[in-house]
Design a protein around this ligand. Sequence first.
Ligand SMILES: Cc1ncc(COP(=O)(O)O)c(C=O)c1O
Length: 391
Amino acid sequence: MTKRLVYLDNAATTPVRPEVLDAMLPYLGKEAFGNPSSAHRFGRAARAAVEQAKRAIAETVGAEPNQIVFTSGGTEADNLAVIGAALASRDRGGPFRVAVTATEHKAVLAAAHAVTHLGGEEIILPVSGSGTVDEAAFEAALARGLALVSVMWVNNEVGTVQPIERLAARSGDAGVPFHCDAVQAFGKVPVSLRDVPCTLLTISGHKIGSPKGIGALVVRDRHAVEPIIHGGGQQFGIRPGTENVPGIVALGKAVELAAQEHVELAARLRALRDDFEGRVLAIVPDAVINGWTAERAPHVSNVSIPGTDSEALLMHFDLAGIACSSGSACSTGAVEPSHVLTAMGVPRDLGIAALRFSFGKDSTTDDVDAVIAALPKIVEKVRSLAAVLHR
Ligand SMILES: Cc1ncc(COP(=O)(O)O)c(C=O)c1O
């Protein structure tokens, strides 16, 4: 009998949805493979598909179709936002300084750091124990003058939701462009720019059932960013390069489906996640749910199990057919807590013992049952091994 596999790593990526695959297939084959910049009928068919995807995304996020700039994913969109805004400000004679939260995805943090290599400055905003941005530090950074401030909507490791509406409004009042990485938020919590003065917003396809390698930056003020890739005039020159038409069609379809389903999905994932956490704590009473005091997106649970280490836990879960993710990073041979848990002030021993379970559209109670059934033995094994190693 083949082992039933359990996938609880949906914050890392999701499978392509059948509806999304059906929508994109014609744009890979002989029917509609045209270059959207070509004037003939093949090109026009491709252009129509790109425009349709833009309308679907714009309608969902509360923007205009011509504000949707497609990229090769969330990473590129974040880089375009952070570096592009820094360059645009510098070129206008404005501040060459960006501020980003300490718990941002590396796509934002590394882009902010790249600004320093270009001669600019980065400010890293601290967070509270639950991962929300320190608003006094946020205000102080705004007061210094910024090319951009970037705060993610939902954290990818712990699920903390930031008060984006308030932060974007404050940033707007201070005349500072505001970027939000909504990669983990989209489809899980309501993401609408209708009442949020957010200048730039990142989304990524593969977290919501479209293939990897497609994302978008919503650019509500075209003067807010300089291109970071140079080429033809596609996408108003903000992101030149022949558009990834099948990917764009897939993203449009995935966004449309997510918009229809997110309320019901969020309620279902929250119930699954809460049941999961309650049962984990019943088995391992000293386990710690990282970020639990904040408002959290419903699909992420980050659990530290004292006396263990995440790599060993991850390996044992994998052997049991359960896929999750480790909250630590193995750098230069030593296991270190992730930058997110470190910034939240999680003690090192708990930081290196953290696992992230992330739920998705296809997650079920059977998945939770499987983890709960495997958990006691795995914890016992990893704890006894750790005890021997540290004797
Ligand atoms: C919050 C966040 N931002 C950005 C990214 C990068 O997106 P992509 O994988 O599409 O480059 C991810 C992916 O893990 C993410 O979780």
